[in-house]
Design a protein around this ligand. Structure first.
Ligand code: ATP
Ligand code: MG
Length: 569
C-alpha cells in the first residue's frame, strides 16, 4: 500500500526550534524526524527511521562484501570484563553504569572490545580459524560531558562496531585495508563527501588508524588536506616542514633596542619582516617541574596536544614564575637563557641560522642569533599546529583547511585487549600468542546528521536518493476529483515498480504542500493538477536542482522510476 502523507507521523514545525544550532538538528526537528526525550536521547520518528535503515543496509552490504559477519552482542556488559581490561576505571564517567538486584555491576556498552574478546576466548583457538571479522549494529551509550547538536553527539546512538581477530600483522593489515576501503565506499554511497584522515601513524610509516571526516563547517574537527596528493590530517596531529625565513641582519649576533615591542606582530613590524622571520619563545613548566623555553616560528602556535605528549600536563609560566626564573615577558629568547632552563625548539627551525628573538632583557631583541654558535638547543621536536597554507608533508603543495565531522574510524588495536584479557590462539609453530585485533566503527545516527549537514538549503533537506526516506512524492493539487485520482494512480504505478513513494493526498493548499515536501526533501516531486491534466501532462520537479518540466501523464512513472533507480547506490 502506498504511504499517504495524510497518515504520515511527521509532526512538522513552522519555526526554527530555539534549542537547535546546526542545520541538521533544526531540519530533523522541523521535518518531524526526531524528538528529544532527554539530553542526548532521541526518538527516531518514521522518516528518520526509514533513512537510518537505508544507511544500515548500505553498511551491511559493504561489511558483508568485505567478508565480515553480522551478529549481536548484549548491550549490558559485565563490569568484571571491564575490570580485566582496566577500563572500568579508565573509561571514567562516560561509562553508564548499572547495578542489578544482586548488587552486580554492569555497563551499558559504549563499545564492545571487552565483550567480543571474552566471547571468542577459548573458542577461537587455532591460527587455522583466522582471520575472523565480526560486526553488529546496535545502540551504544556514552554519558557525554556535552551531548549536543541532535544526533551528532548523543548519549544513546546507533553504531556499527566491528572487530577482527588476526594471526599475523600482514593479515591484520589486510583486514584493516579492506575495512578502510569499505568505509570509503559507505561514505560515497550515502552521499557524503568525506576525507580519510590519518589519526595515528605506525612505526613502519603506514597508518594504523584513520578517521573518516565528513566535510562540514559545523564539524568539530579542524583539518588540513592536500588537493594534489590526497594527504589529510587533523590540524592537531599534522606535521609539516614550514619554510622559515631568516631574520634581518647579516647573520652576526646584534642586540637591538626594541622598547615596548613585546609581541611578535610589533617586532615583525619594527624590522619590516614577515612574522615567519621572527621566533616565538614560550616559557612553561613541565609536569615534572622542569622549566622549559619552547621556540616556534613566529607565525605558528605551540600545539597543545604535541606539547602535552612531550611535557606531560604542562602549564605556561605565570608572571611570578617568570620572575622566579629570571625571564621577561615579551623578551624571552634562546641567547643567554638563565641556568637550568631547558631549550626545546621546533623541528622546522633546524636549518635556520639567523634568528630574530628576545634577548632575555627588557626592551631588547637579538637579530642574527645562530643555534650552535650563540646558544645550545637541548632538544628538537615537532611542536607546532599546522595551518592551511603550510606545505603538505608529502608533496610540498599548499595545504587547504576544512572542518569535519568524524563519521567513522578504523583502528589497528594490536594485542591491547587480547593480552590484558588472556585471549590467545595457537600459531603455526605451536606457540600460544595473543590475537592481533582491529576495531572498526561507523556512527550510523551521526552519519544521518552529517548527510543532512551536507545536503540542505533554505527550504529544507535535499536527500541523496540512496538514503531518502521516500524517493518520490506524488502531490495532488486538488482535494478531490481528477487530479487526486490521477496522482493516486501514478503513486500506485511507482510503488508497483519498486520505487519508495509517498502520496501527498492532504486537503492542504498547494503552497503548504510544496513547503512540506521541500522541507522533508524527497528527491523528486510529481505534481498533479487539473490544468496540466487538460494537456495530458504532470510536472516533475527535482529537489536538488529545482528544475521543473512537464512530462506526459502516461510516461511519468517510468521516467521517475528510471531516474531514481539510476541514482540508488
Ligand atoms: P568523538 O571523538 O566524536 O567523541 P569517538 O572517536 O569517541 O568520537 P569512536 O569510539 O571512534 O568515537 O566511535 C565510532 C563512531 O561512533 C564515531 O566515529 C562516531 O561516528 C560515532 N560516535 C561516537 N560518539 C558518538 C556520540 N556521542 N553520538 C553519536 N555518534 C557517536
Ligand atoms: Mg573515533
Amino acid at each position: 500500500m502506498v504511504m499517504k502523507m495524510s497518515r504520515l507521523y511527521a509532526p512538522t514545525l513552522k519555526e526554527d526550534p530555539a534549542e537547535a544550532e546546526l542545520a541538521s538538528h533544526k531540519l530533523m526537528l522541523r521535518a518531524g524526524m526526531i524528538r528529544k526525550q532527554a539530553a542526548g536521547l532521541y526518538s527516531y520518528l518514521p522518516l528518520a527511521w526509514r533513512s537510518l535503515r537505508k544507511i544500515e543496509a548500505i553498511v551491511r552490504d559493504e561489511m558483508d562484501a568485505a567478508g565480515a559477519q553480522e551478529m549481536l552482542l548484549p548491550i549490558l556488559t559485565d563490569a568484571d570484563l571491564w575490570r580485566e581490561s582496566g577500563r572500568w576505571n579508565a573509561y571514567g564517567p562516560e561509562l553508564m553504569r548499572v547495578t542489578d538486584r544482586h548488587g552486580r555491576e554492569f555497563a551499558l556498552g559504549p563499545t564492545h572490545e571487552e565483550t567480543i574478546t571474552d566471547l571468542i576466548t577459548n573458542e577461537l583457538k587455532s591460527y587455522k580459524q583466522l582471520p575472523v571479522n565480526l560486526y553488529q549494529i546496535q545502540d551504544k551509550f556514552r554519558d557525554e560531558m556535552r551531548p549536543r547538536f541532535g544526533l551528532m553527539r548523543g548519549r544513546e546512538f546507533i553504531m556499527k562496531d566491528g572487530y577482527s581477530f588476526n594471526a599475523t600483522q600482514e593479515s591484520l593489515q589486510e583486514t584493516y585495508d579492506a575495512m578502510k576501503q569499505a568505509y570509503a565506499n559507505i561514505c560515497e554511497r550515502v552521499g557524503l563527501k568525506a576525507l580519510p584522515v590519518v589519526a595515528d601513524s605506525g612505526q613502519i610509516g603506514g597508518d594504523t588508524s584513520v578517521e573518516f571526516m565528513a566535510l562540514a563547517d559545523a564539524g568539530e574537527a579542524a583539518l588540513v588536506y592536500c588537493d594534489s596528493c590526497g594527504f589529510a590530517a587533523d590540524e592537531e596531529a599534522a606535521t609539516t616542514t614550514v619554510p622559515v625565513s631568516e631574520g634581518p641582519g647579516d647573520g652576526t649576533l646584534t642586540k637591538v633596542h626594541t622598547p615596548g615591542l613585546g609581541s611578535i606582530e610589533a617586532v615583525a613590524a619594527f624590522f619590516g619582516f614577515p612574522e615567519n622571520g621572527t621566533r616565538k619563545s614560550l616559557a612553561l613548566i613541565t609536569e615534572d617541574g622542569t622549566p622549559v623555553v619552547a621556540i616556534v616560528p613566529g607565525d605558528h602556535e605551540l600545539n597543545d596536544c604535541k606539547a602535552e605528549k612531550l611535557f606531560g600536563a604542562y602549564h605556561l609560566m605565570t608572571e611570578d614564575e617568570l620572575t622566579e626564573y629570571g625571564l621577561h615577558k615579551g623578551f624571552i629568547g634562546p641567547v643567554g637563557l638563565p641556568e637550568g632552563i631547558r631549550l626545546v625548539v621546533d623541528e622546522t627551525l633546524r636549518d635556520s641560522k639567523s634568528w630574530t628573538c628576545g634577548a632575555n632583557e627588557v626592551d631588547y631583541h637579538y637579530t642574527g642569533a645562530c643555534p650552535g654558535r650563540d646558544f645550545t638547543v637541548d632538544e628538537w621536536a615537532d611542536l607546532i599546529t599546522v595551518h592551511a597554507g603550510d606545505p603538505c608533508p608529502h608533496c610540498g603543495e599548499a595545504l587547504a583547511g576544512a572542518r569535519g565531522i568524524e563519521v567513522s574510524q578504523v583502528f589497528q588495536l594490536g594485542t591491547k585487549y587480547s593480552a590484558s584479557m588472556g585471549a590467545t590462539f595457537t600459531d603455526e609453530d605451536g606457540r600460544e600468542k595473543p590475537f592481533l585485533m582491529g576495531c572498526y566503527g561507523v556512527g550510523v545516527s551521526r552519519t544521518l546528521a552529517a548527510i543532512i549537514e551536507q545536503h540542505n538549503d533554505e527550504q529544507g533537506i535535499i536527500w541523496p536518493v540512496s538514503v531518502a526516506p521516500y524517493e518520490v512524492s506524488v502531490i495532488s493539487l486538488d482535494k478531490k476529483g481528477e487530479a487526486l485520482d490521477a496522482a493516486a494512480a501514478i503513486a500506485d504505478e511507482l510503488e508497483a515498480s519498486g520505487v519508495d513513494v509517498i502520496f501527498d493526498d492532504r486537503a492542504e493548499r498547494p503552497g503548504v504542500k510544496f513547503a512540506d515536501n521541500d522541507l522533508m526533501g524527497f528527491p523528486y516531486q510529481v505534481i498533479v493538477g487539473k490544468r496540466g491534466l487538460a494537456n495530458g501532462t504532470v510536472e516533475l520537479k527535482s529537489r536538488a536542482t529545482g528544475e521543473r518540466e512537464d512530462v506526459a501523464l502516461d510516461e511519468v512513472a517510468l521516467r521517475v522510476a528510471d531516474l531514481v533507480k539510476a541514482q540508488r547506490a
